[in-house]
Design a binder for this molecule. Structure first.
Ligand SMILES: Nc1ncnc2c1ncn2[C@@H]1O[C@H](COP(=O)(O)OP(=O)(O)OP(=O)(O)O)[C@@H](O)[C@H]1O
Length: 309
């Protein structure tokens, strides 16, 4: 690990952080602590303040108020210059030089960052670009450029990674490989903060997340904690037999379910979390009338729309 850091301090700590641009409160009183080794998601509408928060955590934008520490070092403080080397950043729009090869790009960036030259090959391997290392970046596909951007963020073996929309332009296989890389980094103790608008992608892959709206953190926790805290209903799917559909309809009338919709013998309905077991018991009591039964948790998208609107 490079940079001067306090090994007992959280990876990221924010206290009362705000940023105003004239009358616009881009970030408004954010308190946040991210422990080491966590994969943390930051989501919100366009303009919610995510990029501004990122830029302040990287020391690229000065907060109007508040205190930001990365691995114990105050951002903008005297020891931050060396602590900055322990941070990797993948910006939303990666700027690359078309005439350089992938390897030349990383060597150039390693020099700027003060990272070891030998890191370059390892970073290319990590993102699956070893085969294309000597090809000019102008020949890279969108996804390859994005992966090269990720590789430059890995130079210097950072302990904290800020990844702004890291899967933009990646195909499903590359997205899967990207998150597998993150899991590998996590097992090495690396902390990762990710923004994404693709909520389904983050849902199963972050340990915790913050939902931002109008510069504030509106909700914070694991996806499951947010689902439970917001008391969003579960989605129930029932497949009834041809002869049993009427019995299911009758039973439904006295059950605490809402928004029941039938398509032939297939029913979808909403049910409060606390009503799940009584509802399931009542449906199971119908025996062969019920051919199949599924209960779905609300998605991160449901949580997001329940909170950020
Ligand atoms: N340099 C700037 N000057 C003036 N206003 C700014 C500046 N940077 C950001 N803002 C404003 O601050 C608010 C937050 O912007 P920010 O880019 O942080 O949002 P975001 O959540 O990252 O959005 P997106 O999802 O679109 O990337 C917006 O109202 C934006 O217009």
């Amino acid at each position: 690990m490079q940079g001067s850091t306090d090994t007992a301090a959280p990876a990221v700590s924010l206290r009362g952080v705000s940023k105003r641009y004239g009358a616009v409160r881009a970030v408004d009183g954010v308190d946040l602590e991210i422990p080491r080794g966590e994969v943390f998601g930051l989501i919100g509408h366009n303009g919610a303040g995510k990029s501004t928060l990122f830029k302040m955590m990287l020391g690229l934008v000065t907060p109007s108020a508040g205190d930001i520490r990365i691995q114990g070092s105050a951002v903008g403080g005297r020891d931050f210059r060396s602590a900055r080397r322990g941070i990797g950043y993948l910006p939303e729009n990666v700027v690359l030089y078309d005439n350089l090869s992938g390897l030349e790009t990383l060597r150039f960036m390693a020099r700027l960052k003060g990272a070891h030259r030998n890191d370059c090959e390892a970073a290319l391997e990590r993102v699956g670009l070893t085969e294309s290392a000597s090809r000019a970046v102008r020949e890279y596909s969108k996804g390859m450029r994005q992966r090269l951007g990720f590789a430059q963020a890995l130079l210097g073996r950072p302990q904290v990674l800020f990844l702004d929309e890291p899967t933009t332009g990646l195909d499903p296989e590359a997205i899967r490989a990207f998150y597998a890389t993150l899991r590998g980094l996590q097992s090495e103790g690396v902390t990762m903060v990710i923004t994404s608008h693709i909520l389904a992608e983050l849902q199963e892959r972050v340990d915790r997340l913050a939902i931002m709206a109008a510069g504030k953190v509106q909700a914070l926790g694991s996806v499951q904690q947010l689902r439970e805290r917001m008391a969003l209903p579960l989605l129930l799917e029932v497949r009834a037999s041809e002869s049993g559909a009427a019995a299911v309809r009758d039973a439904l009338a006295s059950l605490p379910v809402s928004e029941a919709q039938w398509q032939g013998t297939h029913l979808q309905a909403r049910c409060a979390r606390e009503a799940k077991m009584p509802v399931l018991a009542a449906l199971l009591a119908l025996g062969a009338a019920v051919l199949d039964l599924k209960v779905h948790e609300p998605s991160l998208e449901d949580v997001f729309f329940g909170c950020a609107d």
